[in-house]
Design a protein around this ligand. Sequence first.
Ligand SMILES: NC(=O)c1ccc[n+]([C@@H]2O[C@H](COP(=O)([O-])OP(=O)(O)OC[C@H]3O[C@@H](n4cnc5c(N)ncnc54)[C@H](O)[C@@H]3O)[C@@H](O)[C@H]2O)c1
Length: 329
Amino acid sequence: MSETILITGGAGFIGSNLVHHWHRTHPDDLIIVLDKLTYAADRTQIDGLQNVELVVGDIQNLGLVRSLIERHGVKKIFHLAAESHVDRSITGPAAFIQTNVVGTFSMLEAARQAWAGEKGCRFLHISTDEVYGSLGDTGKFHEAMAYAPNSPYSASKAGSDHLVRAYHHTYGLNTVTTNCSNNYGPRQHPEKLIPLAISRMAKNEPIPIYGDGMNVRDWLYVEDHCAALETAMLKGKTGETYCVGGDNERTNLDLIDLLCDTVDAMLQRPQGTSRNLKSFVPDRAGHDRRYAIDATKSRTELGWQAQTTFEKGLEQTVAWCLGKHGMSV
Ligand SMILES: NC(=O)c1ccc[n+]([C@@H]2O[C@H](COP(=O)([O-])OP(=O)(O)OC[C@H]3O[C@@H](n4cnc5c(N)ncnc54)[C@H](O)[C@@H]3O)[C@@H](O)[C@H]2O)c1
């Protein structure tokens, strides 16, 4: 049976990929995208899709959110809208508190009001593994771990996670929270590490690498993430949280080297061309050293597992980014 779902932040990186994913897997559903269209958005990513309606607005507008839910009989909400770029949270934290904390509060309150007496409704909150802080050389983040956010971004996401938890425990709202690792893939904003590096390689410009390049991230292909979100929405247990990761730990240096070789191969230029562009720059303030996810619970309870190899995912990402630069591969 077809229905109407609401995706906040659906003109952003993960949100737009989720719009395409849901559109493909549930072609008869109507998808309402609520997005403020900040600098991070690109509405052209979802333009022209049938059964997708973009509403330009702020998640902090409780009345707007409530009326969208009530008017369309929305029973499934994917909440992705956020200020998401860590570097920007260091230079301008206020917007992160407004959108991530106050905005998530508005979303929860609108859902609580609109869904009073309704059955079968679910609020899926998309969060980050950064709420757990930074790891040493061993161990992985998991659902039972204490929160220890280090940046204004991760602190604001931690605050939003706590609000979601409280709305479940206090009001019985049917919530599920996912905490995922770093995503990569098509449609990512050009200032993020992977698209930025590809763009610099394409233009033969220096590729900036923070500090010693030995920070470790657990890279997750965005389409695998979207499959996890679909599964968490359909099969997750109410009130639960699920860690979602690619089981794919890489130092930034290893990642950049692999990316350099992929770009050189795809542009048919001598291997080593891009590696020569690597340029070390002063480290990010408070830069977390290592993130890694133990996704056992998502595997066993949701039956989800990342499917895309890093090599394949990077090839698809490079092809998409070079296409944006008008370079066909
Ligand atoms: N990108 C990652 O690697 C990653 C990793 C873990 C968790 N997450 C989380 O996933 C979600 C999506 O991340 P992303 O990378 O796609 O982010 P993004 O920055 O690419 O997109 C965010 C979207 O939200 C919209 N938005 C911002 N403020 C808004 C507001 N007040 N009202 C309505 N819309 C607003 C923006 O216009 C944009 O389209 C975020 O909640 C983020 O915290 C992302």
